[in-house]
Design a protein around this ligand. Structure first.
Ligand SMILES: [Zn+2]
Length: 106
């Protein structure tokens, strides 16, 4: 993902609307690219910051931004774990079915 593609996806990221694959590429880029990180922080400040100020909550842009990124990474890790788990379950199931078939035949 390049800077242009990242910039286009910032609003979707802030609304938690990015697909898993996109989210992963997005985070990867943002962590390495200071310009996009800055752009993301600005848009985060505008959308999230204003809403919080209205509610009278205190707001630490750096900390909250970091938290949002960490949460997104956690989500990716969790999804990957679930994917791996379902693959493993599928494989185990196949083995069991095969064993039962063999046992029935013999
Ligand atoms: Zn960039």
């Amino acid at each position: 993902m390049n800077c242009k593609q990242v910039a286009k996806r910032i609003p979707a990221f802030l609304q938690d609307e990015l697909q898993m694959r996109e989210l992963e590429a997005f985070l990867e880029h943002v962590e390495k690219c200071p310009e996009c990180r800055e752009e993301l922080t600005i848009q985060f400040l505008v959308t999230e910051g204003l809403a919080r100020l209205e509610r009278g909550e205190d707001f630490d842009i750096e900390r909250d931004m970091e938290m949002k990124i960490q949460m997104a990474k956690q989500t990716i890790r969790w999804r990957k774990y679930m994917e791996a788990l379902s693959l493993a379950m599928g494989a185990v199931l196949m083995c069991i079915v095969t064993l039962i078939l063999i046992w029935l035949v013999l």
